[in-house]
Design a protein around this ligand. Structure first.
Ligand SMILES: [Ca+2]
Ligand SMILES: [Ca+2]
Ligand SMILES: [Ca+2]
Length: 334
């Protein structure tokens, strides 16, 4: 009930209860979808509004993210027919069976489709439909997880030489060991993209979750379809970097179905997908004038080409602005 209220009303008291839930011992992290509608059945393949609004299909001629490795730290991923070609491996840190990285909650499968649902005749298509997905299950079947599991997931991603860690999760609380894991991943050249959180309001207090709050991560907020304005739920604050479509996003779901979810959880994989596109393109055209060899370069490139929105220049409600896949790619040209 809380999520429903929160989406539509700014004066909801549910925020407190959410923080309490997130702060319960041992289960500090929670995934954060805001709304579930029943799956729709569609003929053919749908290109969702976010891809259309930001002209992602225009850049597929130069990159589809081929060969870029993305660790999705989430509830796991099911072998959905629209994802299976791109799932290359995974691990489960939430139970005693490390090989059981399937998803029984739905959140991770939805996130996976936003990054890399296959470009075929069915369902949806992801931002980087040829990227390699790794299901790193750090959230249990109830959708929450511990700091320890997240840290193990980050370390696994580093050991397995992932290019990107995509984290549609967050906590209101900092954790020194988590920060250290994030720092180590950053030093090892892994680009870390994290959800800003769904605690947004109209005030200048800072609502950004951890690990998005850490300087080594790219903190992603959500925009809506209607006017590309910030979603009311999207957390605001000084550490916010960039905005992407995150409201009413249609993607892969449990039982080989599709559904619509909202949250910065949905905006984060959009950015992860775009980063996969630029990494793949850069690897192909080694002489590109804009290097994206390090997380620092990738972040600088993202924020330099973002479309400013809201107050002029960087602001706490839009960060540096809305991600621009077309400008990113043009800027990378030889
Ligand atoms: Ca598809
Ligand atoms: Ca605020
Ligand atoms: Ca601005």
């Amino acid at each position: 009930m809380c999520w429903f209220k929160k989406l539509f009303s700014s004066g909801c008291s549910c925020k407190k209860s959410k923080k309490r839930r997130k702060g319960s011992p041992g289960k500090e992290f929670a995934e954060a979808p805001l709304r579930v509608k029943w799956p729709k059945t569609l003929g053919g393949q749908k290109i969702d509004w976010g891809l259309k609004a930001l002209k992602v299909p225009d850049v597929w001629k130069s990159s589809k993210g081929k060969g870029v490795k993305i660790a999705i730290l989430d509830t796991g991923i099911i072998p959905h027919p629209d994802l299976k070609p791109n799932i290359k491996g995974g691990i489960n840190f939430t139970s005693s069976n490390p090989q059981d990285y399937t998803d029984r909650q739905g959140h991770g499968t939805h996130v996976a489709g936003i990054i890399a649902a296959a470009d075929n005749a069915i369902g949806v298509v992801g931002v980087a439909p040829e990227a390699d997905l790794y299901a790193v299950k750090v959230l249990g079947d109830d959708g929450s997880g511990s700091f320890e599991w997240i840290i193990e997931g980050i370390n696994w991603a580093v050991e397995h030489q992932m290019d990107i860690i995509s984290m549609s999760l967050g906590s209101n609380f900092p954790h020194p060991k988590l920060q250290e894991a994030v720092r180590q991943a950053y030093k090892k050249n892994v680009t870390i993209i994290a959800a800003a959180g769904n605690d947004g309001d109209e005030y200048l207090d800072d609502d950004i979750d951890y690990p998005a709050r850490y300087p080594e991560t790219i903190a992603v907020g959500s925009i809506r379809e209607k006017d590309l304005e910030r979603s009311g739920f999207s957390s605001d604050g000084a550490e916010l970097d960039i905005m992407a479509p995150g409201e009413e996003i249609y993607s892969t779901y449990l039982d080989d179905s599709y559904t619509i979810l909202s949250g910065t959880s949905m905006a984060t994989p959009f950015v992860s997908g775009v980063v996969a596109l630029i990494i793949a393109k850069h690897r192909e055209y080694k002489d590109s004038k804009t290097p994206v060899d390090t997380p620092t370069q990738i972040r600088e490139h993202l924020i330099r080409t973002a479309d400013d929105k809201g107050a002029i220049g960087r602001d706490n409600f839009y960060g540096y602005g809305i991600i621009s896949p077309t400008k990113l790619m043009q800027d990378l040209s030889i």
